[in-house]
Design a protein around this ligand. Structure first.
Ligand code: ADP
Ligand code: MG
Length: 323
């Protein structure tokens, strides 16, 4: 939108700067914030924050209710990102959807990070080739991003499409940040929003956000504590920020979540991904990945707002994801 933060009632230059410093760069971002969030970030009272949010909602035209046809209009903008595996794409109704969070969960080594790497490549392709013509932000919490793997996948794609792609060009559109703990991870979503704002009108706007792994830091930091409430609350806010990113930038969001094969007393049911109910209700698409024979993997769509549950078989080879 063309409305500046400074144009909003109750926002002076100093408050505008504080809001920007806290990552609230646009009227839209403020419109969907909570008063407490805004009050903390801009060092203002909650009642002032509420007034600013109302002003932003009016300016950004973000009301409470929408009619179904308006929702349909926005849904028409939803992009579909190819995985490189036909069965997988079909199961997802054409590919990974933008404006949604897609959670991949499974045991260590099942291929979550591989899928993330492949999507970081594919998103850069033009829509005719199944991409979204955009760049990607990766929040890497386990230090598993490998540029060499991207190069291999780009070469694989060159072979598949009979087009000579330049791996270096692809690497230039992948913005990676290591997250050192859960607080840092949460802050990096704000940095990602700033970057996405900067690139919004560029040739390669950010069309994919990857958080790999979403839960590892939370899990490690909250082990042995008496209550999971804190963790869930933080994770919930984090997911809220991530969802907002997807909505604001019409971007795909991929998060990974490791589950254990062995029963784990602390985390309860081993087949249930950590994050429990909150993650279950926020992640719009949930994919359970498990190993099969050789390079094959079984991807199960466990939960979706509009698609039937299903299963797809994909392969992970040096060239990347395939049928
Ligand atoms: P997760 O993130 O779910 O723990 P990964 O995505 O790291 O698991 O998957 C690791 C697996 O991916 C390896 O065990 C191997 O099967 C496959 N893999 C990784 N790199 C390559 C490669 N260069 N060529 C073929 N397969 C690979
Ligand atoms: Mg991984």
């Amino acid at each position: 939108s063309e409305v500046l933060l400074e144009d909003l009632d109750h926002v002076g230059p100093a408050t505008a700067q504080k809001l920007k410093d806290a990552g609230f760069n646009t009227v839209e971002a403020i419109a969907v914030a909570s008063p407490a969030e805004l009050a903390n970030s801009a060092e203002i009272g909650e009642s002032t924050a509420a007034k600013i949010i109302n002003a932003a909602r009016q300016a950004a035209d973000i009301g409470g209710f929408e009619t179904g046809d308006t929702v349909l209009e926005r849904r028409k903008l939803v992009g579909k990102l190819t995985t490189g595996c036909e069965e997988f794409d079909e199961m997802m109704g054409g590919g990974i959807e933008s404006q949604s969070i897609t959670e991949m969960y499974g045991e260590f080594g099942c291929g979550k990070t591989q899928v993330a790497h492949q999507l970081a490549v594919n998103v850069q392709l033009p829509p005719e080739q199944g991409g979204l013509g955009g760049s990607v932000v990766i929040i890497d919490t386990e230090n598993t991003f490998r540029p060499e793997r991207i190069e291999q996948m780009v070469r694989g794609l060159s072979e598949k499409h009979g087009i000579e792609y330049d791996p270096e060009e692809f690497l230039k559109n992948i913005h990676v940040a290591r997250a050192y703990n859960s607080n840092h991870q949460i802050l990096l979503v704000e940095s990602a929003s700033e970057l996405a704002n900067e690139l919004k009108d560029s040739e390669m706007p950010v069309k994919l956000l990857i958080v790999d792994s979403l839960t590892a830091h939370f899990r490690a930091e909250y082990i042995g504590r008496g209550t999971l409430a804190d963790r869930q609350q933080k994770l919930n806010k984090h997911l809220h920020d991530i969802q907002r990113f997807g909505d604001l930038f019409n971007a795909c969001v991929i998060v990974t979540n490791q589950v254990m094969s062995k029963p784990d007393a602390f985390f309860g049911d081993p087949t249930k991904p950590i994050g429990g109910h909150i993650l279950g209700h926020t992640a719009t698409f949930r994919l359970y990945i498990r190993k099969s024979k050789g390079d094959k993997r079984i991807v199960k769509l466990v939960d979706s707002p509009n698609l039937p549950d299903g299963e797809a078989i994909m392969s992970i080879t040096t060239e990347g994801l395939g049928d």
